[in-house]
Ligand binder design. Sequence first.
Ligand code: AMP
Length: 382
Amino acid sequence: MSYTRGLPPNSTIGIVGGGQLGRMSALAAARLGYRCHILTPEQDSPAALVSAGVTLGDFEDPAALRSFAAAVDVITFEFENVSAEGLDLLASLKPVHPSPAVLRISQDRAVEKSFLNGIGVATAPWLPVNDMASLADAASRLGLPAILKTTRLGYDGKGQVMLGSDAALADGLDALEPKPLVLEGMVDFQCEISVIVARGADGAIAAFDAVENSHRDHILDMTYAPARITPEIAADAQAIARTVADALELVGLLAVEMFVTADGRVLVNEIAPRPHNSGHWTIDACPVSQFELHVRAIAGLPLPRATRHSDAVMKNLVGPEETALWPELLATPGLIPHLYGKAEARPGRKMGHVTRLFALGSLPGPFTVAAALGPLAPVTVA
Ligand code: AMP
């Protein structure tokens, strides 16, 4: 068989990171006739359990990076806390998509916000903070309450504190590492949404409609597809995601998390150049999922439109309490179950998710949605 375009079938895609995003990417890659090889320090990682190969090693270890690169044809990553220098080394050996330059922007909140503002994309008002003097100055200019965040290594609400008054500044500064930090003005938002966009090396773009995200304990709890927003706001969100993907010269997949303000403006909170938890619903509700788009974009395959055949709700299974409901979830008609193969359900750990489909254009309100989640309804309404 000969192929005129893209990575040939049976080629090997290298994925840096062994989590559930890598696992679901690997499953999508397998369906397109590719093999995956995972780089992770973790034994029995969710991604390696469904992949053809694994290099067990540290992301910073040059020997591990070299032997991983030797085993694969193209490289991507499924999480952002890999070092950009490590990715540079990989890029000197094999094609890496998205590029280390994109990772460098998304890894650092200050760099990311400067980049976004520089291309005309609005964010929450923010200022860099290095010490007490710059924090006091930022607090007086942005007003309190405000949110102090680390620029690096933050996720799921870690690495940030809300500052309610001047008395809280010193403790807030002490509490957060590593420095430097940013102070962000509080956004009065009506909802949080995200758009997932794929872009190919030829500049082709496919973007899913904006979805709405709700959090519990700073961890994504549920995604509603589509978001319950006006067509104008939905169009703004799409346009922003496309603008960011183009400006980054992205090859791969990008999630753009946004706030919709009470007065209808769309502000970008953060970007992630990888598959995203708020796109898991696309596996079940779309002809082509976010994971398949990811694989297609990095493999140089055509990008179909990111349409859905159904509306959907996705609910994460986090920690031991929700995971314990697994037998009942399996027995609940209409719930589409996904489990990530993690051995231990620690508190706050994402163990799986369920998706519930609804006819296109018929996404019900929150209470009907909660009821449709069966055993998860009490957890959700609480
Ligand atoms: P982040 O780690 O930046 O994604 O923030 C985690 C969550 O904190 C967001 O999903 C919001 O719910 C909330 N948050 C973060 N930044 C702001 C802000 N500037 N204004 C209001 N809420 C925020």
